[in-house]
Write a protein of this length. Structure first.
Length: 309
């Protein structure tokens, strides 16, 4: 049981029909729910921390909570920085003990993205840490990520191959139609699987990552709205599309919005039905259980990662 890199996990998933769940964490209850689910399902696990999570919970608290989860569960866990915006934040997380970092230079021109990513890779590899980068841009809003749909561009397969060769990055997040947040599609859901297959053919030994991959299950949106929420028209990536992506070479699937919806729906229900309740344990505990059920569902029915640890 230890903090580990994703190297061995990705090596196993690379030529398989399953993907590894990378779940965003913000507090103790979310971490406990995710880790309990992964232990029950005997699944590989990546916990990831965004800029918003670092600001909310403070980095030292999150690190100690993950260390406690490892001790309590006996699992090997990857601790990953999600959407690191510059070299300094990546360096800070590496120095603090993260085993994986993402440098997101997708907003920059290609050569600037290459230079920034290469700098992070060189520093991280000296410390035994792995690096994820992004090429192409996802639309949507999540934490400090806000990309207009007109600015979102799909990943060019030839550029992906050149990017990996020039940077030495360990994994690559690609844009094939997903987006951040709860409003992923205005019309029918669409993922460019032909583009995914082409990228896979050109860089067959590079694990590919799918961001913005929550399915935004309607029952949780409805539950939130039933008990006072206001989330009209939320739409995510259909589960069968995520399964297909795993079959086509996606090794890591990022999930955040679905966790938020599951926890919020349960807390809203409890507080609506028990308006006199003010003990946080009475609603955060069930919220934690909702996280566990959601993650077990993802591992078994979407990612196909049960018993792959």
């Amino acid at each position: 049981m230890a903090l580990v890199t994703s190297k061995e996990m990705f090596a196993k998933a690379l030529n398989s029909d399953y993907a590894i769940g990378a779940f965003n964490v913000n507090n103790m209850e979310i971490i406990q729910g995710i880790v309990d689910a992964a232990k029950i399902e005997n699944a590989p696990l990546i916990l990831q921390v965004s800029a918003g999570a670092r600001k909310y919970a403070k980095p030292v608290y999150l690190l100690k909570l993950v260390e406690a989860a490892i001790e309590d569960s006996g699992l090997d866990i990857v601790l990953h920085l999600d959407h690191g915006e510059d070299f300094d934040i990546c360096k800070k997380c590496i120095d603090d003990g993260f085993t994986s970092v993402m440098i997101d230079g997708s907003k920059y021109p290609f050569e600037e993205n290459v230079a920034l990513t290469k700098r992070v890779v060189e520093y991280a590899h000296e410390k035994g840490v792995v690096v994820e980068a992004e090429l192409g841009r996802l639309a949507g809003v999540e934490d400090n990520i806000n990309v207009d749909s007109r600015s979102a561009t799909f990943t060019d397969p030839d550029e992906a191959a050149e990017f990996v060769e020039k940077t030495g990055v360990d994994s690559l997040a690609i844009a094939i139609g997903t987006s951040h947040g709860a409003y992923k599609f205005k019309g029918d859901p669409y993922l460019d699987f032909e583009r995914l297959q082409k990228i896979r053919e050109l860089i067959p030994n590079t694990p590919l990552v799918l961001h913005g991959a929550s399915t935004v299950l309607p029952e949780f949106v409805e539950l939130c709205n039933k008990y006072g929420g206001n989330i009209p028209g939320a739409k995510g990536v259909p589960e069968e599309m995520i399964r297909t992506a795993a079959n086509y070479g996606i090794c890591k699937v990022n999930i955040d919005t679905d966790l938020r919806l599951a926890m919020t729906a349960e807390i809203r229900k409890i507080l609506f039905e028990n308006p006199s309740e003010f003990d946080p344990r009475k609603y955060l505990g069930p919220g934690r259980n909702a996280i566990q059920r959601m993650v077990q569902h993802k591992i078994k029915n979407v990612l196909g990662a049960s018993n792959k640890r």
